[in-house]
Design a protein around this ligand. Structure first.
Ligand code: X5A
Ligand code: ZN
Length: 603
């Protein structure tokens, strides 16, 4: 099985025994609601279910002081008044006689999960735990957190499995200052956190939660804080933060393991966060992280206090971990701070299909309208197609492509790969058939000797991205070309800063990715692109490859579309200045129309 789910009913035992409006939201139903929803969705059964052990005191000692661990051991024998008095010594904490047991199970769950992933029993997984961990410190409980589950798991992965680089992504709406303190001078753990901050006026009210806290000493540059100074951040903001901030840093860091401090108080409906991100967003974030570290992603529950939002978000994370497609993001794809700025630039949308049939016989070529000037090309699409059809193999390929396309558009399969001769002609047919069948909008990502069909309607229903164009050019907001990036760094910038922002902003119903002849992409790059293009259209991707007979590319792409992690990109190499210039130029040309391209500042 691919995904582990670690849970133990005992972790529902701890609960608040007195009145405390601040702490009452952290209750046992958080776990039972999330688990019930996983069961109802048939997701729990698809996971390898692991029952956690209690972490040993030596394991707690990887992060916490012996005195603090002893103090916690002692809480098991305290009465309610004593527990209340001790709780009062910490900020936003309550203890229960079962707290020590629960908290050791929570750490143990994170450790079991990391062991299962690093020993290869599963690819990834989720630990559903209470109490949460990311606020807890070497000798202090804080913010409902007792032991720092994720920090201990990171130290364990280093010590027991010899890992050198671990990425911790903290998408909880609070700053995990506990994790930051533990790793602030350690370059082997890269800590990323976004959090509600409001210029320091939101709990835990710390100066060091701001963006200028970047780590210390050798760890300088290995803490990344993204404070939100307003509430109401939504899908576009979270996605933009991943594409423009986290992922560029994370790819360069090249982690061997990704730990997620998976709090869902950053989701819509949560009383703590007051944010707007919908549950699917967490599926997309999970999908994005799975292209790192060979897909070794371990998510550990932190906060999340709106039971319905929490449960739905947990389901989306598990769906993404299982490799299922994630529903497309809803809401406007405009990062928050830009609301009210600019507009759509007067681009005219025209409706209307270009051909009205869809069947395996459909040639996909629009019959010329009387009176309209015919295509003025040496080789119009129909001619190219007929030339391709002159070969038997091409005819078979056309049937194959159309069959796959129909399967995708009818929802029988989510994605497909076809090897084909004459990829340009096939793309032409596939594009026209999808637009006339079920797809409102189709994203074409073309690599290698594939010109945009010149007679294609410029009606905003097709977004054409040519990432092996002759030059960087935005011929229209829906026709963008970019020279093939020369290095891994340049390729990543192109995908993260251009292709995906456009792709998500366009909200396609289908993605056509086409690798034409002499496309020149390295296999890991092509695989990464395919993996990331699963996001924008809810997994509906058709890849057409015109490949050498000996190439393994189609097989790799098929696995990636299935949800497997793409192969490693190899050593990172910085983008050459001309590639960076090209991207900046395109951003300048396009950001008025495509808000997902906007970033705060080039620096
Ligand atoms: C894990 C977590 C929040 C504590 C809030 C205290 N803690 N006001 O979400
Ligand atoms: Zn939180």
């Amino acid at each position: 099985m691919r995904t582990a789910l670690v849970y133990h009913e005992d972790m529902t035992a701890a609960r608040l025994l007195w009145e405390d409006p601040e702490c009452e939201i952290e209750r046992p139903e958080r776990l039972t609601a999330a688990l019930r929803r996983l069961q109802q969705g048939g997701l729990e059964q698809r996971c390898l279910q692991l029952a956690p052990r209690e972490a040993s005191e030596a394991e707690l000692g990887l992060v916490h002081s012996p005195e603090y661990v002893s103090l916690l051991r002692g809480t098991q024998a305290l009465d309610t008044q004593e527990l209340r008095a001790l709780s009062g010594q910490y900020d936003a904490v309550y203890f229960h006689p079962s707290t020590f047991h629960c908290a050791r199970l929570a750490v143990g769950a994170a450790l079991q999960l990391v062991d299962a992933v690093l020993m290869g029993a599963v690819h990834n997984g989720l630990a559903l735990v209470r109490p949460p961990g990311h606020h807890s410190q070497r000798a202090a409980a804080n913010g409902f957190c007792v032991f720092n589950n994720v920090a201990i798991a990171a130290r364990h992965a280093q010590q027991k499995h010899g890992l050198q680089r671990i990425l911790i992504v903290d998408w909880d709406v609070h700053h995990g200052q506990g994790i930051q303190y533990i790793f602030e001078d350690d370059p082997s753990v890269l800590y990323f956190s976004w959090h509600r901050y409001e210029h320091g006026r939101f709990w835990p009210y710390l100066r060091e939660s701001d963006a200028d806290a970047v780590g210390q000493g050798k760890g300088r540059g290995f803490t990344v804080n993204l404070p939100w100074n307003q509430v109401g951040m939504g899908n576009a903001d979270y996605l933009a933060a991943f594409l423009h901030v986290l992922l560029p840093v994370a790819f360069e860091f090249d982690p061997e393991l990704v730990l997620v401090s998976a709090g869902f108080d950053s989701a819509i409906g949560d009383p703590e966060g007051q944010m707007q991100a919908t549950p699917e967003c967490f599926g997309h974030l999970t999908q994005l992280l799975q292209v790192l570290a060979g897909g070794r992603v371990c998510a550990v529950l932190e906060g999340g206090y709106h039971l319905e939002s929490l449960s739905q978000s947990v389901c989306m994370v598990v769906r993404a971990l299982l490799g299922d497609p994630v529903p497309p993001l809803s809401g406007p794809m405009e990062p928050h701070r830009r609301y009210g700025v600019g507009g759509w630039g007067g681009w005219v949308f025209q409706a209307g299909p270009c051909c009205s049939c869809f069947s395996l016989q459909c040639p996909g070529v629009h019959p010329e309208r009387p009176g309209s000037p015919g295509p003025s090309l040496d080789q119009p699409p129909a001619a190219r197609l007929h030339e391709a059809l002159a070969q038997d193999t091409a005819f078979t390929a056309l049937g194959k492509v159309l069959h796959l396309l129909k399967g995708i558009l009818d929802g029988q399969v989510s994605s497909g790969v076809a090897t084909t001769p004459a990829a340009a002609a096939m793309l032409d047919v596939a594009l026209r058939c999808s637009l006339s069948h079920r797809a409102q909008r189709v994203l074409c990502v073309a690599v290698g000797q594939l010109d945009r069909p010149p007679d294609l309607a410029n009606d905003g229903r097709t977004l054409w991205l040519d990432i092996r164009g002759k030059e960087a050019a935005a011929l229209s907001p829906f026709h963008v070309s970019m020279p093939l990036p020369g290095t891994t760094g340049a390729f990543l910038s192109c995908v993260l800063a251009l292709v995906l922002p456009l792709a998500y902003g366009f909200r396609p119903d289908l993605v056509l990715m086409v690798l034409g002849p002499a496309q020149g992409l390295q296999e890991p790059h092509a695989a990464l692109l395919a993996a990331l293009l699963r996001g924008p259209a809810g997994g509906r991707v058709l890849v057409l490859v015109e490949q050498e007979p000996t190439s393994q590319l189609a097989g790799i792409l098929a696995r990636v579309l299935h949800g497997d992690a793409p192969p490693s990109l190899g050593p990172f190499s910085t983008a050459p200045p001309e590639d960076t210039q090209a991207l900046l130029y395109l951003r300048g040309q396009l950001e008025a129309q495509w808000k997902m391209l906007q970033v705060a500042a080039p620096s």
